[in-house]
Design a protein around this ligand. Sequence first.
Ligand SMILES: Nc1ncnc2c1ncn2[C@@H]1O[C@H](COP(=O)(O)OP(=O)(O)O)[C@@H](O)[C@H]1O
Ligand SMILES: [Mg+2]
Length: 154
Amino acid sequence: MEHFQSTIVSTSPQETFDLGKKLGQTLRGGEIICLYGDLGAGKTVFAKGLGKGLGVEAEITSPTFTLIQEYECSTKGLQFIHIDLYRLAYPEEAEIIGVRDYFRDDCVCLLEWPEIIEDLLPPDHLQIKIEGSGDSPRVISFAPASRVQHFFEQ
Ligand SMILES: Nc1ncnc2c1ncn2[C@@H]1O[C@H](COP(=O)(O)OP(=O)(O)O)[C@@H](O)[C@H]1O
Ligand SMILES: [Mg+2]
């Protein structure tokens, strides 16, 4: 895992959502965002905000059972690809379901439980770690990839 450079504390689901939304607003396509954190940390809450920031109008639901959910972001002409690899046992399964087909400039990919395909990821991806559970504040850390460096320089 990369060295995490910036850290933000979120004290509510709304704050985590808003942080995802703010990041989503800055994305241009081609970004791969890996979300680390235990069950219930808030990865899906963050993903919902990110989709909102990208301009997704459809309701964003957890892809835990579908593994991959595709959404249109009409304003940006992009697709938001929300992936959850929790149920995979082997990296080969990620290849079979075609995760890498979405690593394109017209898609923004967000992966929950990305650990299993770390070796298949392009080096220029953004890593975000969410720590905390229950009603406690979440510590959200970022290891910026060069593609999203502008987000951290605002
Ligand atoms: N600061 C916070 N940020 C995000 N979620 C929070 C926070 N505080 C409490 N929660 C709750 O934690 C849960 C996170 O769920 P979810 O996003 O589905 O987790 P994950 O996808 O990481 O398994 C939600 O029920 C949410 O309301
Ligand atoms: Mg989730």
